[in-house]
Write a protein that binds this ligand. Structure first.
Ligand code: GLY
Ligand code: MN
Ligand code: MN
Length: 476
């Protein structure tokens, strides 16, 4: 997705960055209503001088740099003679002159190792040579003291946004040659050649994680587990609040900002019947004792790798009989998926193992209507999503890969994916007994394929109903 220079997002990013430069001398022009800054030459001179040299200039490679170099080499080998352009993306306006916090596009992070939020507009260009590619990282130079925009440009001036690495620093951090983004249009002509093949190649490279990535994912999972613990401790406050789901969201999201970069996706804090809405992110509901809370949340660490974990918890600490029955069926489906996942097995087989359990149990419960076509799979009414997706820099990682290599692809050591079956009985679903209506359960773990099976990276979060209850009692 980060390489479609002829498509909407990234191409806009490049264009916006080019067209925005040089930064306007005084952005107050666009904000005349509240302009107040002096415009005198004396003021400009005074603001340009009298600043000590920074004492935090980066001079060494970041930890991800050698891994990123090897990824560039592997990508280079797949595209001999072809120029590869991978933008970081640009700032996105939130309202008027305020932007969303920047997060580089994942393919850019993957190929540069840069994870933090200081390179909007940057573009990685890999120029073909006789025996590979030469990489250049085009970045917007920082607007420091003496630079145009230092104090006058709220989007790029260091007075406003803090110090950013300069060209030499980005080179030292990444091991990649750097150039001013302003030179990009003259250095290369960006014809709108389609980069779909590069995007696809990157998605397919990203299936198998290197040791750096696995460690980042372990860190993300562990930070997420700690966030779930914090949420359980805050449950009494959530129950007392008129919008308890927001208490839960805020607790987890605050934790993610404290311990990592952010959440890897919007937190799903779904209590009661909201748990049957697969991506309930409004989180406007009350949290009531006797109901279940479905919390689907992930911390994205500074390197931008994210966890994606779900637990469904009894809000008062104890499952009711019917909640436990639904929960145990989902758990049985998850365990069936864990049991088949190992190298050489199709990704889709993991899903099918879980679905076999769901179909069997729902049929036993007598809620699946009979149908002459076995492919009708009417039982999927209560679990319409897939059991698994790859996980990495993106919560739904590797999404541009070919289906033959994703769903039909074989598991390999180093792959990381979720196992997340669920059952969702909507409150208004009159096809199921009343006692099931309004119950939604999902159990989602993040697993690493090993030489002979999978390691459950999120195993430290209890999964069985008894263990969940004991864990919750211990935290409250
Ligand atoms: N949190 C989105 C998902 O589980 O895929
Ligand atoms: Mn997921
Ligand atoms: Mn999830």
């Amino acid at each position: 997705m980060g390489v479609k220079v002829d498509a909407h997002g990234p191409s806009l990013g490049i264009r916006a960055a080019w067209e925005n430069r040089p930064v306007s001398e005084n952005k107050d022009e666009t904000n005349k209503a509240r302009a107040s800054r002096p415009n005198s030459a004396a003021f400009k001179e005074f603001l340009s001088t009298g600043w000590a040299e920074p004492d935090d200039v980066a001079t060494t490679l970041i930890a991800a740099a050698p891994y990123a170099a090897s990824r560039r080499d592997r990508l280079s080998a797949q595209f001999p003679g072809r120029r590869i352009v991978v933008p970081a993306g640009d700032l996105k306006v939130r309202a008027n002159d305020t932007d969303y916090r920047f997060r580089p596009l994942s393919d850019f992070a993957y190929l540069t190792g840069l994870g933090a939020d200081y390179e909007p507009g940057a573009v990685l260009v890999m120029e073909p040579t006789d025996d590979g590619h030469d990489a250049t990282l085009y970045v917007v130079p920082p607007a420091g003291p003496g630079d145009e925009g230092f104090y006058a440009d709220p989007r790029a001036g260091e007075f406003w946004i803090g110090r950013r690495p300069g060209l030499a620093e980005f080179a030292a951090m990444t091991g990649i040659a750097t150039a001013d983004l302003a030179d990009l249009p003259k250095d290369i002509r960006l014809a709108s050649h389609p980069h779909k093949p590069v995007s696809r190649a990157l998605s397919e490279m990203r299936f198998v994680k290197d040791e750096y990535e696995v460690q980042q994912l372990r860190d993300a999972v562990n930070a997420t587990i700690a966030g779930f613990e914090r949420v359980v401790r805050e449950l009494p406050r959530a129950v007392a609040h008129k919008r308890g789901e927001r208490v839960i969201e805020a607790t987890f999201d605050g934790h993610a900002r404290e311990e990592g970069n952010a959440v890897g996706y919007e937190t799903i804090a779904a209590s009661g019947a909201h748990a049957t809405t697969l991506h309930w992110i409004r989180n406007t509901g009350q949290v009531r004792e006797g109901d279940l809370l479905l919390l689907d949340a992930g911390v994205e660490v500074e390197s931008l790798y994210t966890a994606d974990i779900t637990r469904t918890l009894p809000i008062d600490g104890t499952f009711t009989e019917v909640q436990r029955r639904v929960y145990s069926t989902v758990l049985e489906a998850a365990d069936a998926a864990f049991a088949v996942a190992k190298p050489g097995v199709r990704f889709l087989d993991v899903h099918e193992a879980a679905m076999e359990v769901i179909e069997k149990r729902l049929t036993e419960w007598g809620i699946v209507p009979e149908h002459e076509d076995p492919d009708a799979k009417l039982f999927r009414r209560w679990m319409v999503h897939s059991t698994s997706h790859h996980l990495g820099l993106d919560v739904h990682d590797c999404a541009e890969a070919k289906r033959e290599l994703y769903m039909e692809g074989l598991l390999e050591p180093g792959m990381v994916f979720t196992i997340e079956p669920g059952l969702y009985f909507k409150a208004d679903d009159v096809t199921v007994p009343a006692e099931l209506r309004g119950i939604g359960v999902r159990i989602e773990d993040d697993v690493l394929v090993t030489s002979d099976g999978v390691e459950n990276l999120s195993a430290a979060l209890p999964r069985t109903p008894d263990a969940v209850e004991t864990w919750m009692t211990g935290l409250r």
